[in-house]
Design a protein around this ligand. Structure first.
Ligand code: S3P
Length: 447
């Protein structure tokens, strides 16, 4: 188990190239395998989660190779085509990867095969019925521990039935699983969400030649409609930098005095950009430049300088666009003047951990007042008085909990210690090196 400590720092500075987007990386491997032809992926996030998806795809018959020429590192996927997967001989172990396991459940349900899914201690506590319920409606048979947890077996129908599904939560994982199963169904499959979740699946479906409609309803709901019996044709993918990883650097620069960072080529898809909008509403000093498209996704360079934040109520309709960023937002909020209210965020309770609970517990011991309800968290900012810190937090297999408290430690009077920090490798393998490269002080206590 890796234990890391982070200490008070000043003047973070530099240009930062962040790792590839995790959501897009999972999808690029999956779509590459489902397409006909050869897909070349550049900028893939080589984190543990994406590598778990890769291993599972290989067990299903995918052909995925890394080519590491000096200046052109790329992943080459030879697609098997829709319906081309074979039943795996052993269970598919997705480790910590919620996106990997849920999207692959949709793939298996649309592939006419059966597969058993397993995962680590964290993934085994996360509810899967939210994905398997609609897949059952499409004809899949599902056996799960207590009806919803891994290990879980999916037996696909010969051909899935098309489905019009209304999801109770805005979740790209649910939406994507249903759409992936719908690729081989006869007729049109649609998913309606209470608010639009990230649309990388829809974008990639279009990129690979499928016919998908995105409908934004006047009342805020969103529907994706996919024509079934599709064919996917291989297309190269350039993965942009992950805004969810950039979020840690943006907050670090904001709260650490004397800082100025430029985060290069960060994905600015509006359905992922809620944290940045929120920081700007709170008074952050952030400018976007060089806005452009790379590989079909909007990207920009983001320059962030230290600033005094003020507390706000985060609009609940923004939650889907920053769902992974509430842990690091609560660290920013601890430094604001006044209170920051995060409402309508009960989904945080079913992420890699119960993130409301873990953030509140760790911040409280660090000296920050926090109040919680089932679906909200209120952080009382410390103004300019220093945050005491000095506590040890167990990441409990949650990369974003680990990185949030290490970022907090850059500003606390006493160092913050994080147990189980190896989990950071699921999404941001070079986090520590990158932080230290810009002036952070993160060190290994125990490996
Ligand atoms: C993801 C969707 C989100 C997010 C996760 C990645 C995706 O989960 O939290 O980190 O790539 O589809 P939900 O769909 O459960 O909200």
């Amino acid at each position: 188990m890796l234990t890391l400590k982070s200490e008070n720092a000043q003047n973070l500075s530099g240009d930062v190239k962040l790792p590839g987007d995790k959501s897009i990386s999972h999808r690029s491997l999956i779509f590459g395998c489902l397409a006909k032809g050869q897909t070349v992926i550049r900028g893939l996030l080589e984190g543990d989660d994406v590598m778990s998806t890769r291993s599972a795809l290989v067990q299903l018959g995918g052909d995925i190779t890394l080519i590491d020429d000096d200046d052109d590192r790329r992943w080459v996927v030879n697609g098997v085509g829709l319906g081309g997967f074979k039943a795996p001989e052993a269970p598919l172990d997705l480790g910590n990867a919620g996106t990997g396991v849920r999207l692959l459940m949709g793939v298996v349900a649309g592939s006419g095969i059966n597969a058993v899914f397993t995962g680590d201690a964290s993934l085994s506590k996360r509810p899967m019925a939210r994905v398997t319920d609609p897949l059952k409606d499409m004809g899949a048979k599902v056996e799960a521990r207590d009806g919803t947890y891994l290990p879980l077996m999916i037996t696909a129908p010969d051909q899935p039935q098309a489905l019009d599904y209304t999801s109770p939560v805005a979740s790209a994982q649910i939406k994507s699983a249903v759409l992936l199963a719908g690729l081989t169904a006869r007729g049109t499959t649609s998913v309606t969400e209470p608010k639009a979740s990230r649309d990388h699946t829809e974008a990639m479906l279009r990129h690979f030649g499928a016919s998908v409609e995105s409908i934004y309803h006047d009342d805020g709901r969103y529907t994706a409609r996919l024509a079934g019996e599709a064919e996917l044709t291989a297309r190269d993918v350039d993965v942009p930098s992950d805004p969810s990883s950039a979020a840690f650097l943006a907050v670090a620069a904001t709260i650490t005095p004397g800082s100025e960072l430029t985060l290069k080529a960060v994905g600015t898809n509006p359905l992922r950009f809620g944290l940045f909008e929120t920081l700007i509403d709170m008074g952050a000093d952030m400018t976007l430049s060089n806005q452009r498209q790379e590989g079909g996704e909007d990207v920009a360079d983001i320059t962030v300088r230290s600033a005094q934040l003020r507390g706000i109520t985060v609009p609940p309709e923004r939650a889907a666009s920053m769902i992974d960023e509430y842990p690091i937002l609560s660290v920013a909020a601890a430094h604001a003047t006044g209170k920051t209210e995060m409402v309508g965020v009960e989904e945080l309770r079913v992420k890699e951990t119960d993130r409301i609970q873990l953030m509140a517990d760790g911040l409280l011991v660090a000296g920050v007042k926090v109040e919680t309800t089932h679906d909200s968290m209120t952080v009382y900012g410390q103004d300019s008085s220093p945050i005491q810190g000095g506590n040890t937090v167990d990441a409990c297999h949650d990369h974003r909990i680990a990185m949030s408290f290490l970022t907090l430690g850059l500003t606390t009077s006493q160092p913050m210690t994080v147990l189980g920090a190896e989990t950071i490798a699921t999404s941001f393998p070079n986090f520590t090196d990158l932080m230290n490269g810009i002036g952070g002080k993160i060190s290994v206590v125990d490996a």
